[in-house]
Design a protein around this ligand. Structure first.
Ligand SMILES: Nc1ncnc2c1ncn2[C@@H]1O[C@H](COP(=O)(O)OP(=O)(O)OP(=O)(O)O)[C@@H](O)[C@H]1O
Ligand SMILES: [Mg+2]
Length: 238
């Protein structure tokens, strides 16, 4: 379960997050929606402790993320799957090596076990034939799928996806949205995705929140958001 309370962050006097509160229940998928530059990535970076709040708390499965010392943060991050906005695969490693890397970091697995885990997750994202390829040899959609497999391969129960459909055509965007939903539910992950792609957000998420001027202006299921009379929400959802 993710609990965020009073989360605030400013840069150079500009308030990007202004006392944000929300919960994500265990096993739930929530989308954080908002136009470019509203602070979606900043919010996600706080969840994984790559940014420290000016004030407020982030609690993930009982861990006070915002208060962890550096060594504990490194350990905590290993248990959170993070799909970066630009996929962030290691260019000098094949897809298989990209997946094996976090498994080795985790420790405790024999070479044969790592190999079979890597194969299992590549199959889940329909990349079984591309394990020997380098990221530069993949299409954008394949890179996203490989990055998703890498984010999940260690069995993390928390999955954070920053703009999973950015740079993808409508078909690949739909595919990755359903893939995130399917895998997240299958593996029992508590998942947060950020996006400005409303259509795909609702394909994937159980619930969505709209971020505007540092605040969550609405939080609920698709029907609730669609029925909103708030001018900003209405305009954004169109
Ligand atoms: N490290 C930083 N230092 C200073 N300002 C920052 C930093 N990171 C983010 N910002 C500012 O915070 C605001 C929100 O940025 P953020 O990247 O979270 O937006 P976003 O909603 O993810 O946008 P996009 O949809 O384009 O990814 C922007 O004005 C950005 O310039
Ligand atoms: Mg962003």
């Amino acid at each position: 379960m993710i609990r965020v309370r009073g989360l605030s962050k400013s840069f150079n006097g500009q308030k990007v997050l202004d006392a944000i509160d929300f919960d994500v229940a265990t096993g739930e998928i929530v989308a954080v929606l908002g136009p470019s530059g509203t602070g979606k990535s900043v919010l996600l970076l706080h969840l994984i402790g790559l940014m420290t709040p000016d004030s407020g708390e982030v609690d993930i499965d009982g861990v006070q993320v915002s208060r962890l010392p550096e060594h504990a943060l490194l350990k905590f991050r290993r248990n959170v799957g993070y799909l970066f906005q630009d996929s962030a695969l290691y260019d000098f490693m094949t897809v298989e090596e990209n997946l094996a890397f976090p498994l080795r970091e985790h420790g405790g697995l024999k070479a044969a076990e790592i190999k079979s885990k890597v194969r299992e997750f590549l199959e889940m994202v329909d990349m079984a034939d591309a394990g020997m390829k380098y990221p530069s040899q993949l299409s954008g959609g394949m890179r996203k799928r490989a990055a998703l497999a890498r984010a999940m391969v260690t069995g993390s129960k928390v999955l954070l996806c920053d703009e999973p459909t950015s740079g993808l055509d409508p078909i690949r965007s739909r595919d990755i949205s359903f893939l995130i939903k399917g895998l997240s539910k299958k593996l029992g992950c508590t998942t947060v995705i950020t996006t400005h792609d409303v259509k795909n957000a609702f394909r994937c998420a159980d619930r969505a929140m709209v971020l505007h001027e540092g605040r969550i202006v609405i939080d609920g299921v698709e029907q609730k958001l669609r029925a909103s009379t708030d001018p900003f929400v209405k305009e954004f959802l169109e």
